[in-house]
Design a protein around this ligand. Structure first.
Ligand SMILES: [Fe+2]
Length: 224
């Protein structure tokens, strides 16, 4: 399967979409009232060779989270966050929920040269960004920190840096919806103090609402 070429990401989406975006897309803005609408629109967007990053962001932002839409993909593990496949996007991208129990967090990781969009479906998460280490052995330097609240959309790729994501709450769970283009099953994780890196295999806890029982490769470190 040929992978979509995706436009270079050119802005941090804290503000409004720029005039150029509305000029190009203006009359054809998709309407997204449900998760099914979102899945359908993403498939359309990614069916062409060149993907407009602003448009991907726009449709993910347009969807207003409704638990009835995604509850079958909300499967939690007691000990660590889970990855639950929602749609495999005709092989061009993966759409999945990540379900974070109280206090759960990821390791610091890269995104294997993929684009990563992340939308909050429930609760809040904290994203902490780091610069790539200049030399192996360097402590990782924090370059930013942001709270992601309900319906927010964040974006990262390897040229922006590394990050870790965590649910800072001790009482509330959190659920986020992630799109990775192209899909990947290995990434690099980093130790913050030593900068040492290792390869991590990422797998699914469930797919299309069904639990995957044999998931022995789920070995990504919880913390470092
Ligand atoms: Fe990530």
């Amino acid at each position: 399967m040929e992978v979509c070429k995706i436009d270079e990401f050119h802005k941090d989406f804290d503000g409004d979409y720029d005039v150029k975006f509305y000029k190009e897309i203006g009359d054809n803005l998709p309407v997204v009232n449900s998760l099914d609408d979102l899945i359908r629109e993403l498939r359309v967007i990614f069916s062409c060779d060149k993907v407009n990053v602003d448009l991907v962001h726009y449709v993910m932002k347009s969807y207003k989270s409704s638990p009835a839409d995604w509850k079958r993909f909300a499967k939690f593990d007691r000990f660590r966050y889970t990855r639950n496949l929602v749609d495999h996007g005709n092989g061009r991208y993966n759409l999945m929920t990540l379900c974070w129990g109280e206090g759960h967090g990821s390791a610091i990781h890269d995104h294997a040269n993929s684009h990563c969009f992340m939308k909050m479906l429930q609760g809040s998460l904290e994203e902490i960004r780091f610069a790539w280490p200049k030399e192996e052995g360097d402590r990782l330097r924090e370059i930013g920190r942001k709270e992601l609240k309900l319906n927010d959309v964040a974006y990262i790729n390897d040229s922006i840096g590394l990050h870790r994501v965590e649910n800072p709450s001790n009482v509330d769970t959190a659920i986020s919806l992630h799109l990775y283009c192209p899909p990947y099953n290995k990434c690099t994780v980093f130790n913050q103090n030593t900068g040492l890196k290792s390869t991590s295999t990422v797998t699914f806890y469930s797919a299309f609402g069904k639990r995957i029982k044999e998931n022995k490769e789920l070995v990504e470190p919880e913390d470092n």
